[in-house]
Design a protein around this ligand. Sequence first.
Ligand SMILES: [Zn+2]
Length: 603
Amino acid sequence: MWVQIPPSAHMTKQSNIDPRDSGAEMKKRYVSPTTQIAMKGQRRDFISSTIRIIPLGGLGEVGRNMTLFEIEGKILICDMGLRMPGEDMPGIDYIVPNISCLKDKKKNILGVVFTHGHYDHIGAVPYLIDKIWHPGLEMHASPLTRGIILKRQEDFPNLPPLNVNEVKNGSKINMGPFKIEFFRQNHNIPDNLGLFIETPVGNILHTSDFKFDPTPINDLPTDFQKLKMLADRKILLLLSDSTGAEEENHSLSEKTIEKNLEEIFKKVEGRIIAATFASLINRIQQMIALSENYGRKVVIEGYSMKTNVEISRALGYIKSKKGTIIKAKDIQKYPDSKITILCTGAQGEGSAVLMRIATKEHPFIRLKKGDNIILSSSVIPGNERTVQNLKDDILRQGCRVFHYKMMDIHAGGHAQKEELKEMIKIIRPKFFIPIHGQYSMLAAHAEIAKEVGIPEENVVVAENGQIINLNPQKISVEKSRVPSNYVMVDGLGIGDVGEIVLRDRQMLARDGMFVIVVAVDKQTGKVKGSPDIISRGFVYLRESRELLKDTRKRVIEIVHRATGSGGAVNWSYVKDEIRNKIGQFFYTRTQRRPMILPVVIEV
Ligand SMILES: [Zn+2]
């Protein structure tokens, strides 16, 4: 965490990271940003010497990446991603960033820049865009990212079509106080762009998700020369991808992954069913190329994967020979050894194709002995159990499973320790904020930064909702926060399922529910007949006669005690009493806590 230190100490530490940051040289660069602007003769309107950085998602979690940069009230947004719900969030489709801090600030939002086409960077657009959209809002993305955003928008016919400007490696755009230059970065999707953001306060470099890949697929190797040139323009703050920060050494090249995948293609006879993320364009390309080399036809299953392949093929990022890709219903026309099925569902997502195949719910495809299932994606924290069950299910049906732990057939698209060190060494930033990842990943990345010489007080491990103030001299975190809690998407509802609804669902899932309907005579205050009981997921009623008999008896007692005195009856008190007393009674008898819903009707 950031600790304020006296300016003198600060200066000394400063010189540790970059010898050029001392004495006159440093004064020239950092002391007076206002003078600098005057000298440059541009962006006179923005003389602020502080930039506010507010991460709304992606810090302390994998997914939902979204960051705000604000200078004098003018806001630049980087990415609008979603994340998948955890195993403890029944019924939730996605989680998106909470953008309530942007309410009433619509007009101040200059634009959104997108780094790449993964859903954890663009997936929240359809859910959030209408809340920030205004005619002047600019949106910028690389061709593939733009294609995926626009295609996805089509799935929401109630939303207006978006106007997204295309940017490429080397593109420069100006938005108020922000002057942004895009530069290419290797990842596992083509067209990934890092951001060099020049501001009156200083230069910021945002790595996007990245890895240094000497032999990438569909892409050129990292342009180290370019990174060095950007670094030479002085980076005040580096924001760098932390997803791989807990992994030793260097990430695998896409080429190595292809080699390992080829080993599978070489030795197996039966069908290959490969599951991965719909937006892992490189992996899809590899599977198609290998299938072609080994004479296999390819079936692509899963709506999102199909549309992504369509976009990528149209833009030339996925190449396939005519006739390679066939329809699922034509599978029977080919021998098993000539079939590859590419599908979604490597995380064990309930609605994804692989799960539907494994549970025999898919209309055309059933697993059979001899099938080879490749799970080509690492497991997102929180999904371990689901993936384990999926694997067991597949194995039970006589199939083989290849997953990333057995072979390097996934390896993330994220830089690991050595690459992260290298990035910091090249960029030589004054300040550093690790982004993208669980808290432990951010913390590991902060350690790496310290190891390569960034003073501890210049490193901020921030969390979603925190407000980070940055000026040329120091970085600090405000005490107050903006709301950053989960906004859950369930069907058509965005944000209407909150913590309380979720807690109810968890409770229902855990111990079920118990409804007690009591009819009370208005005149006498006596319970009429026997209370009705409806229960789901708590106990099997037919085998619990004794328990139900005792419960009814207790409910009647509670009502009679309340109505006994003859005065006015506080029915909400009576309901609370039933809920509490019966709750305790159930707990002592069953050690379970079902949700109890008392209904009292005066008749
Ligand atoms: Zn990514």
